[in-house]
Design a binder for this molecule. Structure first.
Ligand SMILES: NC(=O)c1ccc[n+]([C@@H]2O[C@H](COP(=O)([O-])OP(=O)(O)OC[C@H]3O[C@@H](n4cnc5c(N)ncnc54)[C@H](OP(=O)(O)O)[C@@H]3O)[C@@H](O)[C@H]2O)c1
Length: 218
């Protein structure tokens, strides 16, 4: 959130032990991306076993965790990504993958209980017809129309649009540590950069095509 450093001062209640089966690089990829995906899918989406879930941006930092978490919760997962990432998204457990450069999932006639737009590239209006009767569109990126739709859909029954700024909860980090140690979730790391090349790391990520997470090493 605005800087990178070798050390940071945190209150003891704000830290969890690193998963024993991860390298430091793999562990560094977890706290924000996996937490955010968990909170969107479980806390806002109310994900349940048997739910049909579509993840947009399934190959990205949030998306690679979201696919694995949705599978852990027993959902039937469809991942949306471009051609080069189809194999990656399948390898982390997606039941089905759709190449967004070739197919428009909204024209397929499928309906989903949750559409998690991890990269905020779609919209509630576009996804609405692909949501089940009480389906939920979750987006990590706020836009004015989305905030208005969120307000409007919160007042009526049926399909919902939801955005939030995910809170940092240590209990969720501990939950993720347990899932990782049980082999249910892993980090997908695209590249590692040394601290001195942090600017290059940001340039790469901001191009918007990272495959999983980019990590700064020390
Ligand atoms: N609300 C919150 O609390 C919160 C918290 C954290 C992050 N965020 C937001 O979440 C967003 C996603 O973060 P992230 O770290 O997952 O991003 P990221 O890792 O940079 O996402 C990169 C991925 O997005 C995919 N992508 C790019 N354009 C796409 C498109 N048009 N359709 C579908 N997929 C596309 C890319 O796949 P291809 O190369 O295959 O295109 C790539 O794998 C960011 O905007 C961030 O600000 C919000």
């Amino acid at each position: 959130m605005g800087g990178h450093a070798e050390y940071t001062c945190r209150p003891e209640k704000k830290v969890a032990m690193k998963p024993a089966n991860m390298t430091y690089e793999e562990a560094a990829a977890v706290p924000f991306a996996a937490l955010v995906s968990l909170q969107f899918l479980r806390n806002k989406g109310g994900i349940q076993s048997g739910h049909k879930v579509l993840i947009n941006g399934a190959s990205g930092g949030l998306g690679t965790f979201a696919v694995q978490l949705a599978k852990y919760f027993g959902a039937e997962v469809t991942g949306l990504c471009s051609t080069t990432n189809l194999e990656l998204v399948q390898s982390i457990g997606a039941d089905r993958v759709i190449d967004y450069t070739k197919e428009d999932f909204t024209k397929e006639g499928q309906s989903y209980d949750i559409i998690f737009d991890a990269v905020g590239k779609s919209s509630f209006s576009k996804c609405k017809s692909s949501l089940s009767q009480n389906g939920i569109y979750l987006s990590t990126v706020a836009t004015i129309p989305l905030l208005l739709q969120m307000l409007w859909t919160s007042m009526i029954g049926g399909k919902k649009a939801i955005f939030m700024i995910a809170p940092y909860r240590i209990a969720d980090l501990i939950f993720l540590k347990e899932l990782i140690e049980a082999g249910k979730v892993k980090s997908v790391i695209d590249r590692c950069y040394p601290l001195s090349e942090t600017a290059e790391a940001h340039v790469y990520v901001e191009k918007g095509h990272a495959k999983g997470k980019v990590v700064i090493t020390l």
